[in-house]
Design a binder for this molecule. Structure first.
Ligand code: NBP
Length: 488
C-alpha cells in the first residue's frame, strides 16, 4: 500500500482532483466504476505524477496507506450512498471516507452518524471552483471529526488554492455536516452576487443606454477597486464576447431564462427552517425562477411600463442619459452594487452563525472568509476584509455592525437610494438592490410596523403581544370590552 489518497469517481471533478493531488506530490490511487475512465486518465496524464490505477474496489482500498483517505467523487444522491456503503464494508476503523460531491448537509449528517457507529470517519466536504478549480486549486470546506482532519487536512492543503497571503484555502469547518453547510451558504451568496451584477448590467444598459462592450469596460474598471472579484472579471469577459454566428453581442443571443441546480433553493429552505432572514439570496433564487416562467411572462407582456400605454410597442433600448451623465451614473451603480453585495454577505454570515449554533458546529466565521478568498466562485478582495472583521471581533452580531463596513454603507446610501428610485421610475426590476436597501432600512429602523402586525395577530387570533413600556405578555379583548389582560 503506497497511496496517500484515493479518488473514486473519475468524471470531470474526480479526474481533475486526482491530477491536482498527483501534481502536488501525492501518490494517488484511482478507481472508477467504468474501468475505461481510469485507463484514460493514466494514458493521458500519467506523467503528471504518481498514480496507482486499480480495477476493483478491493484493490483500490488495498492500495491505500493507513489511515486510508479515500475521496468519493460520484454523482450526488443515490450513487453517493451506494459507493459509500460499498467502501464502508472494505475499510477499517480509523479510515476516512470523504464525499466531495454536492451533498445536502442533512444527508452528510446522516451518513456521518452511520459511519461513526462503525468507527469510520466520514467527511463531507464542499469543493468550489468547478472543473478548473479542481485541477488548479479549489476552495475546500471539509466537515467531519477534528481527528479526520489530521490525516486529510495536510493533503487538502497541498491541492487547495492559495490566498494572496499564501495560506491554503481550506480549513476544518466543524463536525459532521458543517462543510457541506458552508458550501451551501457559499452557493447562496453566489446566487445573490450574480443577481446583483445582472441588475447593475441591466441598469447600465437600459437606463444609461451603454452597449455591452462599454459595460464590460465599466466592469473592468470596477474590478480594479473594492469590487475586485472573479464574478466581476468574468462578467466583463462575457460582455466583450461577440456571437460568431450573428455578430451580435453574445449576451443578446442567450435566452433570458436562468436555470438552477438547486443549491440556492437549499440555502433558502434552510434559512427558513433556521429563521434567518436572507432576502438577498431568496430574491436571487426567485428572480431566476421568475425568468424561467415563460407562461407568466407572456401573459403579462402587454402590461404597461412607465410612460407607456397598455399594449403599446416597447421602446427599443436606446441611450437615455446624456453622455456627461453616464460616468456619474456608473459611479452610482458601483455604490449600489457594493452596498447590496455587503448586505448579502452579511446575510450569508448570519446564516453560518445560526447553522453553527443550531447544530453545535462551532464554525469559525473568520475562517470561512479565509477559505473563500481564492479558488471558489465568489472569491473577491472583499473576503479578506470580512475575514479581518470576524477575526478581530468573533462575536460581531452582523457584518453591518463592523465600523468599516457600516461606514461604507452609510456613505453609499444616497447613491443606492437614487439607484433604486431610478430603477423603479424606468421600470427596470432590481429585486436584489431594492431588497438589500429594504433590509438595511429594516435593520436600522428605530420602529418597525411589526407593531401593527402583532396587534392584528392579537385581534384575529389572540396571539398576544408585548408592550414597549412594561414587562409581560398581553391580550386585548377585541371582540368585547377592549380591555387589556395580562396573559403570562
Ligand atoms: P458526475 O456527477 O457526472 O458523476 C459521474 C461519476 O459518478 C462517474 O465517475 C460515474 O461512474 C459515477 N457513478 C454514477 Br453516475 N453512478 C455510480 C454508481 N452507482 N456507482 C459508482 N459510480 C457511479 O461527475 P462530476 O461532474 O465529476 O461531479 C462529481 C461530484 O462533484 C458530484 O456530486 C457533483 O455534484 C460534484 N461537484 C461538481 C462540480 C462541477 O463543477 N461539475 C463542482 C463541485 C462539485 P461511471 O464512469 O462508471 O459512469
Amino acid at each position: 500500500a503506497s497511496a496517500q489518497i484515493g479518488v473514486t469517481g473519475l468524471a470531470v471533478m474526480g479526474r481533475n482532483l486526482a491530477r491536482n493531488f498527483a501534481r502536488n506530490g501525492c501518490t494517488v490511487a484511482l478507481h472508477n466504476r467504468t474501468e475505461a475512465r481510469t485507463r484514460e486518465l493514466v494514458a493521458e496524464f500519467g506523467d503528471e505524477g504518481a498514480f496507482v490505477p486499480t480495477t476493483s474496489a478491493r484493490e483500490f482500498v488495498a492500495a491505500l496507506r493507513r489511515p486510508r483517505c479515500l475521496m468519493v467523487m460520484v454523482k450526488a444522491g443515490g450513487p453517493t450512498d451506494a459507493v459509500i456503503e460499498e467502501f464502508a464494508e472494505l475499510v477499517e476503523p480509523g479510515d476516512v471516507i470523504v464525499d466531495g460531491g454536492n451533498a445536502h448537509f442533512e444527508d452528510t449528517r446522516r451518513r456521518e452518524a452511520a459511519l461513526r457507529e462503525r468507527g469510520i470517519h466520514f467527511v463531507g466536504t464542499g469543493i468550489s471552483g468547478g472543473e478548473e478549480g479542481a485541477l488548479l486549486g479549489p476552495s475546500i470546506m471539509p466537515g467531519g471529526s477534528a481527528e479526520s482532519y489530521q490525516a486529510l487536512g495536510p493533503l487538502l492543503e497541498r491541492i487547495a488554492a492559495r490566498a494572496p497571503d499564501g495560506t491554503p484555502c481550506t480549513a476544518h469547518m466543524g463536525p459532521d455536516g458543517a462543510g457541506h453547510f458552508v458550501k451551501m451558504v457559499h452557493n447562496g451568496i453566489e446566487y445573490a452576487d450574480m443577481q446583483l451584477i445582472a441588475e447593475a448590467y441591466d441598469l447600465l444598459r437600459k437606463v444609461a443606454g451603454l452597449a455591452p462592450a462599454e459595460i464590460a469596460d465599466v466592469f473592468r474598471s470596477w474590478n480594479e477597486g473594492r469590487l475586485d472579484s472573479y464574478l466581476i472579471e468574468i462578467t466583463a469577459q462575457v460582455l466583450t464576447h461577440t456571437d460568431a454566428d450573428t455578430g451580435r453581442p453574445f449576451v443578446d443571443v442567450v435566452a433570458d431564462r436562468a436555470e438552477q441546480k438547486g443549491t440556492g433553493r437549499w440555502t433558502v429552505q434552510t434559512a427558513l427552517d433556521l429563521g434567518v432572514p436572507v432576502p438577498g439570496i431568496a430574491q436571487a433564487v426567485f428572480a431566476r425562477s421568475q425568468s424561467g416562467h415563460t407562461a407568466l411572462r407572456e401573459a403579462a407582456a402587454s402590461l404597461p411600463g412607465p410612460h407607456q400605454d397598455a399594449g403599446a410597442a416597447r421602446p427599443a433600448v436606446s441611450a437615455r442619459l446624456p453622455e456627461a451623465e453616464k460616468a456619474r451614473f456608473a459611479e452610482q451603480i458601483e455604490q449600489s452594487l457594493y452596498a447590496s453585495k455587503v448586505i448579502s454577505y452579511a446575510q450569508g454570515w448570519d446564516m453560518l452563525r445560526a447553522g453553527s449554533a443550531e447544530y453545535g458546529w462551532d464554525i469559525e466565521l473568520s475562517s470561512v472568509a479565509a477559505v473563500w478568498r481564492a479558488g471558489c466562485i465568489i472569491r473577491a478582495a472583499l473576503l479578506d476584509r470580512i475575514r479581518a472583521a470576524f477575526a478581530e471581533r468573533p462575536g460581531l452580531p452582523t457584518l453591518l455592525a463592523d465600523p468599516e463596513f457600516g461606514g461604507e454603507l452609510g456613505r453609499a446610501q444616497e447613491a443606492w437610494r437614487d439607484t433604486v428610485a431610478t430603477a423603479a421610475r424606468h421600470g427596470v426590476p432590481t429585486p436584489g438592490m431594492s431588497g438589500a436597501l429594504a433590509y438595511y432600512d429594516g435593520l436600522r429602523a428605530d420602529r418597525l410596523p411589526a407593531a401593527l402586525t402583532q396587534a392584528q395577530r392579537d385581534y384575529f387570533g389572540a396571539h398576544t403581544y408585548q408592550r414597549t413600556d412594561r414587562e409581560g405578555t398581553y391580550h386585548t379583548r377585541w371582540g368585547g370590552d377592549r380591555r387589556e389582560t395580562r396573559t403570562d
